[in-house]
Design a protein around this ligand. Sequence first.
Ligand SMILES: [Fe+2]
Length: 249
Amino acid sequence: MFDMKLLQISDTHIYNDPSKKLGGVCTRDSLSAVLTIARKEHEFDLVIVTGDLSMDGSINSYNWLKLQLDSLETPYHVLPGNHDNLINLKDIFGLKVEPYPDLVQFQHWNILLLNTLKKESVHGSLGKRQLALLADYLERGQDRKTAIFMHHPAIEVGSNWLDKINLKEGRDNFIELTEQYHVDLVVAGHVHQESESILNSTSFLTTPSTCAQFKPMSHDFALDDVAPAFRLFDFTKKKSFSSSVIRVD
Ligand SMILES: [Fe+2]
């Protein structure tokens, strides 16, 4: 059981080559800057990394990222995105054979981590087994509030090109479960931008990347020139959460 403040970082896109850039941003330098500010200026008890940890799935990229996360000296959990190599990720981070759904418990909250990675696809998928396991967690966790973290957003963010590559297979079943079990919060990455919407009684948030950002409400791929960011959550209260995105200029 942890205390109640959580740092989310997303879409770190670390390359095997330390100097490589995504959208003009050196992903290793950018992550280092983000973690330095997070550590210096904020308090958190747990870190969740919501996918696209690596850009090329390389062992080197995971090893380097693990060193950075270890240096926070705070418990952390990772989950995969479409750019990740699940075998290398599991190997380097020492994960179980079937790591997802994963459950982390705060005093009043269950935090569930899902794997939406579908091999060789950019869009996301939740298969029957993971949905069944998720339903089981939700059934058993009804005495607590619930937040779900995953890479692909389950609802649209308003950018045509990104809304074509969000959660596809299993999406309707997932939304039904969030409604049936009154899931409070679903948090994703993937879209490299901040968004917030409510469906039924569930808040759906997306969080910017620690490197390059995508322009909101774009029909086609477009970079945004806003700074890298992270998101902080406070789950202290019994009945609600608060959250804010912090940019690192
Ligand atoms: Fe990404």
